[in-house]
Design a protein around this ligand. Sequence first.
Ligand code: ZN
Length: 62
Amino acid sequence: MPNLKPYTDQASDAIARLTGMRTLRCPAPGCTLRIRYRAVSPDEADRLAALAHDHTRHGIRK
Ligand SMILES: [Zn+2]
């Protein structure tokens, strides 16, 4: 049995893919923001993607 504990994060991403869940990550260096969603409308998905990719909208306080 392989030890899966170090790969919890990757495993949760794999599970997210299997369940149809999407994960958005902020491209800003050092920013760990993630937004996960599932079964939203295309418009809502666009809004969430815009929010995740615009670091100024969630990275103001530091
Ligand atoms: Zn960010």
